[in-house]
Design a protein around this ligand. Sequence first.
Ligand SMILES: NC(=O)c1ccc[n+]([C@@H]2O[C@H](COP(=O)([O-])OP(=O)(O)OC[C@H]3O[C@@H](n4cnc5c(N)ncnc54)[C@H](O)[C@@H]3O)[C@@H](O)[C@H]2O)c1
Length: 335
Amino acid sequence: MGDRVKLGFIGSGGIVRSHLEQGLEGFDDVEFVGWCDLDLETASARRDQVGGRGEIYTDAQEMLDEARPDAVYIMLPPFAHGMAERLVIERRLPFFIEKPVAIDLPTAMCTGEAVDRLGLVTSVGYMTRYRRSVQRVRELLQTQTPVLLHGGWLGGGPSAYEGIWAWWVQKDKSGGQFLEQCTYTIDLARYLFGDVTTVYAVPVRDRRERPDFFTIEDASMVQLAFANGAAGNLYCSCSTSVGGGISLSLWATDLCASFTGWEHSVAIDVPGGERISIPGEPNVFALEDRAFINSVKAGRNQGILASYYDGVRATAIACAANESMATGRAVDIRI
Ligand SMILES: NC(=O)c1ccc[n+]([C@@H]2O[C@H](COP(=O)([O-])OP(=O)(O)OC[C@H]3O[C@@H](n4cnc5c(N)ncnc54)[C@H](O)[C@@H]3O)[C@@H](O)[C@H]2O)c1
């Protein structure tokens, strides 16, 4: 590897634009060598965004073989995972992958096993972990016993079925709102309270008139049992146009913390009436991108806070919720 880390992208849509704007574009130790997307115009738009650097491709294998990146950003919708990871792993390349890492557990586990076997550097886009608010609460929880948490993503849902919203509303493409969007909060629940053993989920459907291709739930309510005995409740809705937003509140024996908004600003209450407030940072993509690039350069983890393993665990919880919604039964996590 030269002074600059050569990056290739598989999937070059909206989330790549954000990583470029808020992180990678400003890094002087990266070079953009390949933009792959099934849609040539999308790949081309990303190349234009960085002043025409790198070649455009519609085939991932071709990009990997011709552009020869040192590391790859895999930025695909949930249903498209599997093949790209195989190609990247065959070449033993470190990769950054956007959440959720797959729409089903077998795909995630197959990639996870290969990553472990080869000891590859990986990072999953659970950017909320990099926030100071989250780090402070995690630190305080080290001396606490976790008790309860609840939180989720509540909104009105798409008003037009274009761009990402075209695949997002199809259950077999996105996996549903809980798997695709609430995955941040699933991950955060794990990061703060530890592993989950059992999941029970209730779907809410038929709240609004929808087109036939709208096959995700209108909302869901998901009960979590944690390995340490704590309990949690996560929910999401794309059918409620007022109120809501993103939140996570948790209680430990002597601590209460409430995260609000995409930026996950937090208010922490501790005994004695003291309140600690920490605002969320605006540039969180830059933090996770920096940790990944540093790790690629070092050939080992240099600050990555969520690895592929964490992506598999969050996927297991979401898939258990989907199974529970389908069967009406509580589902144990068996990985
Ligand atoms: N971290 C975040 O804040 C955040 C925000 C938005 C999206 N995401 C995640 O990023 C992922 C991508 O979302 P997006 O908003 O960029 O979606 P998008 O639809 O804008 O882009 C996805 C792109 O992948 C391309 N694609 C699909 N299959 C492909 C394949 N086999 N090979 C190459 N290209 C392929 C599509 O043509 C499309 O351009 C999703 O999993 C989403 O959940 C994360």
